[in-house]
Ligand binder design. Sequence first.
Ligand code: ADP
Length: 461
Amino acid sequence: ERRWRQAQRILRKFARGCATPAAKLWLVANDLASEMEAGLSSSDDGDTKLRMRVSYHAPLPTGEEKGTYYGINLRGTNFVIVGARLDGKNEPVSELRKQEIAIPSAITANANSTRELFDFMALELAKFMSAYGEPDSDEAQAREQRKLGFTISSPIDQLAPASSPTAIKCNNLALDHTVGKELADEINQALNKHGIELRVFAVVNDTIGNLAGGRYYSKEASVAAVTLGMGTDVAFIQSPKPIKESLKSAEPVINMQWGNFKSSHLPLTEYDTLLDAKSTNPGGRIFEKLISGMYLGEIVRRVLLKMAQEAALFGDCVPPKLATPYLLRSPDMAAMHQDTSEDYEVVEEKLKEIFGINNSTPMVRETVAEVCDIVAERGARLVGAGIVGIVKNLGRISNRKSVITIEGGLYEHYRIFRNYLHSSVWEMLGSELSDNVIIEHSHGGSGAGSIFLAASQTQNT
Ligand code: ADP
């Protein structure tokens, strides 16, 4: 039928626009590698496209750390308290416990309430610690040496001067006091006030925590961490190369907002251009709009809407809900994509539930699953290209082992996405070199990085 052919034409055109053959991925990887180079040598402090900042100067774990450690990961509307034991010798953490605590809305609603927030956290931490309990041997850990790891799940700028008016926006929680140092002081006051014998030494981005975790398990090889959830972000250890003066320190950890990456080689389609134009930050975070959990479902929705409008994919009327931006979330997209039932029953169910589409045929559902596949494949392969670009910039495409730790719901829960990512790296590097690029899920999962930051700080007080 004519309409069906039209739908297939739209599908094929979209697939062509999203194609990422290995040669194209290399162009993307090379562009990222050279932008990183430009960012590191730029005298214009951190204001490059990728917003690269030295974000952490303190030592990272060696893998020998032993004892009971605590950490806090602050997110938009909640925080996670983590406790764990490390036994050194790169032994896996044991007795890992996490508790997620919602921040009362009275605190999140008030932009000037960091003091109340930290008081609340301190009280919750005290409860957590007494429930967690510590073996007697740990009592011997010198009290004043004990550190609390503290991470925030959104970019934080430690280089800005303390007086800078830069507000740290942690999703909808606006922290009024700006920079990490100041924040740490305030948290320490709250800990002190409540008699908790732990001190925060630095407030850093969660991605840096994940890198610290990678380090505990493999000190030599662990070079980068990637966050891949709703948003995306990278931390890596700069290899000893001449870099700009202000970035010189023993082993500087650099936070890179690779979501801002742009390249003429990125396979952008008309749907991406429209998504960007209608977004809250047009022109910004182009790479993120192709790869992160926030946007994948929205790209799919836009393609389905076009097929509904121009090829009546779902019947004569365009289902009204299909026109609602961001209605399709990536977990639902993943469920449709990974539907293995013969008649795409999961797709049928999701179309009903999300868009009120009740009359889909198996052929139509198959088309929906194909759109999901195209979007996920492109996103995952671009992440792979980005990782290869980082490894290249670090001069590690070689027979040396490099470990990249990934954390985030998209990587953890979207199996086909993860598989596409891994196979793109293999395709780009060939089987021998790709054996040395090890992409792993973070140890201990979300928020656990704070534990490793706390542990590394016992080395040098
Ligand atoms: P954050 O929201 O801080 O990024 P996470 O790292 O837990 O937190 O990532 C959650 C994101 O991961 C979700 O917003 C979603 O985009 C994605 N995600 C979670 N579960 C799935 C899933 N099953 N399939 C695909 N994407 C998922």
